[in-house]
Design a protein around this ligand. Structure first.
Ligand code: CDP
Length: 227
């Protein structure tokens, strides 16, 4: 069976990882959450008090960072230097630092290289900000996900509630807006829709509906490839 690369990009908290995970499961593909990789690097910088404005300090830190994914209890789980950091990287103190760290070219170079190796054998669904534009410009299918900003904030709020964590909605809104601003305006690989991406606004879609749309797009693509 022919395998392809599926790139899912879009703004913060618009459901990229939910869609990417479900799509990968349906297709029997691997799922790579590139945001988790930027979050893991950010967590390392915070813990080690790395001055991210100092290029030498950033380089030295990057050489000590090893990010991996492991399947734990059927869940894609992020490891930083052998430690399960899946919980820590989702905390607000990491969300508040991740976009400035992800704007650093040396950080991007290191992680993009790793992501390209992960996609070597195809059969992968990767979500992020620059997957269709920079990491895999030749990805067979590119989806650019968007959703209304109020809907996105409400979804992220619910995620925290489901994990019994207290974060107020205004803090979430501010964080999402600030990350969108930094991610879209940075000089290196800004978040933007690839010219050949399919734009999908999921503000009024259920998870099942968005999965169905993505599956249909995948099947159409596979048909044209095999034709
Ligand atoms: O889950 P959420 O949409 O809130 O964010 P994420 O996918 O975990 O990504 C966290 C941050 O990492 C983003 O706000 C970007 O600053 C950065 N990122 C990036 O620059 N490039 C990627 N391919 C993925 C994430």
């Amino acid at each position: 069976m022919e395998k392809i690369i599926i790139a899912i990009d879009g703004f913060s908290a618009c459901g990229k990882s939910t869609l990417a995970k479900a799509l990968a499961k349906e297709l029997g593909y691997s799922y790579i959450d590139t945001g988790a990789m930027y979050r893991a690097v950010t967590l390392y910088f915070i813990r080690t008090h790395t001055d991210y404005t100092n290029p030498e300090a950033v380089q030295a830190a990057l050489e000590k960072i090893h990010v991996q994914f492991k399947n734990i209890d059927q869940k894609n789980t992020t490891f930083l230097n052998g430690e399960n950091v899946e919980h820590d990287i989702r905390q607000m103190y990491v969300s508040n630092m991740v976009s400035p760290v992800a704007a650093i070219s040396a950080v991007r170079r290191a992680l993009v290289k790793l992501q390209q190796v992960m996609g070597n054998d195809k059969g992968i669904v990767m979500d992020g900000r620059d997957i269709g534009t920079v990491v895999f410009p030749n990805a067979e299918l590119k989806i650019f996900l968007t959703a209304d900003s109020e809907v996105r904030a409400a979804r992220r709020y619910k995620e925290y509630q489901d994990k019994n964590q207290v974060v107020d909605i205004e803090t979430i809104k501010k964080n999402l807006a600030e990350r969108d601003r930094i991610d879209s305006t940075r000089a290196d690989s800004p978040l933007k829709c690839a010219e050949d991406a399919v734009v999908l606004d999921n503000s009024n879609m259920t998870q099942t509906e968005q999965l169905q749309v993505a599956l249909d797009l995948t099947n159409q693509k596979l048909k044209t490839i095999l034709a």
